[in-house]
Ligand binder design. Structure first.
Ligand code: PMV
Length: 341
């Protein structure tokens, strides 16, 4: 039995994920359900650690990201999910949420994905709720749809109009790397949430994207299951270009791509023609993520480091699902406990 006089703690770590088959746009059928299916790879090197402390002495919920307290507006989704989780618990105490990313925030590197995934696990632990993966995935998705995928390791799918993501294949299924070329590490110009609403409302290409996405998703899924690099490369790039085409053709346009992004699209396509197993994908930002094999990763990294306009290169292997962290000592050093299953 836990006393409400003692603070109650939860701690978790989750990895970011990058979609090989993208989602862009919400379904009209439910809150924060996606209009199209997506398939992602969880990335071991991009991690968020979150601690949730329930404490009766706090005046209200407080949310900190990388040591800085968020405003009421920017912490709105976190506070809404806390309220949602409290309804399933008997504990109504205010919470202090502290979250740290080991990579640039809001630059199309899926910080909201790892952030919401780590947050729902830590909050559920602090509230003594069951750590049920489909429920946690659904809770994370209600904050950021891509976050529902970060509960699981390896290759993960999120079907259209579906509450929880499901694991497709574990991290060791396929020895690939996703190499992130950071073109611009600042905050993105338009949030993905606003960008996709605007796109759906104004791009004449949006219906074609929704119509075409399930077939592209199936190609990528089969390619992943069969470890067929060429097939995944072809359709992963097609998925990202179709998604960005809807953004570019919205009015006014949502343009995330920068000059080095476009140059890299040309260069990676040319390198693949020359035999390098490399394929690109971009999200709601200008950074380019290059899929390659683990065998080829060193060559891709040294190439990307030599490209003008690329400020940082991060190498990510398939990563694990969300895990609990030890509750003692500083959050940054806390050992990973069991991964959730
Ligand atoms: O769910 P959000 O708001 O993190 O949107 C993510 C959208 C993309 O990253 C562009 C695509 C995807 O499937 O991750």
């Amino acid at each position: 039995m836990t006393s409400q006089h003692e603070p109650s703690l939860g701690r978790s770590e989750a990895c970011a994920n990058i979609a090989l088959a993208k989602y862009w746009g919400k379904a009209p059928t439910g809150p924060n359900l996606t209009a199209v299916p997506s398939l992602s790879l969880t990335l071991d090197a991009l991690r968020t650690r979150t601690e949730v402390r329930l404490d009766a002495s706090l005046p209200e919920d407080q949310v900190f990201l990388n040591g800085v307290q968020l405003t009421e507006k920017s912490s709105e989704r976190v506070r809404r999910i806390l309220a949602q989780l409290r309804k399933r618990s008997t504990d109504t105490r205010p919470a202090r949420v502290e979250s740290y990313n080991n990579f640039p925030t809001a630059a199309g590197l899926a910080s909201s994905a790892s952030g919401f995934a780590a947050f729902v696990v830590a909050a559920s632990q602090a509230l003594h709720l069951p750590l049920d993966l489909p429920q946690l995935s659904s809770d994370a998705r209600s904050g950021s749809a891509s976050a529902g995928r970060s509960l699981f390791g390896g290759f993960v799918e999120l079907l259209a109009e579906t509450e929880s993501s499901t694991p497709l294949a574990p991290p060791d299924h396929w020895k690939v790397c996703m190499i992130v070329a950071v073109v611009e590490a600042g905050e993105k110009s338009t949030s993905s949430t606003l960008g996709m609403i605007h796109t759906a409302q104004t791009s004449p290409y949006y219906p074609a994207w929704v119509e075409r996405s399930p077939a592209i998703f199936q190609e990528i899924k089969q390619g992943v299951l069969e470890r067929d690099f060429e097939r995944v490369a072809l359709y992963m790039e097609h998925s990202t270009r179709l998604m960005h085409a809807t953004m570019l053709t919205s009015l006014p346009p949502v343009l995330y791509l920068q000059a080095p992004t476009i140059e890299l699209m040309h260069a990676i396509a040319e390198r693949r023609r020359q035999g390098h197993p490399e394929a690109y994908t971009m999200d709601a930002g200008p950074n380019v993520k290059v899929l390659t094999t683990q065998e080829h990763a060193e060559q891709t990294i040294s190439y990307l480091r030599s490209v003008p306009g690329v400020s940082q290169v991060l190498c990510c292997q398939p990563g694990p699902g969300a895990a609990l962290l030890a509750l003692e000592g500083p959050l940054s050093d806390a050992a990973r406990q069991v991964e959730l299953t």
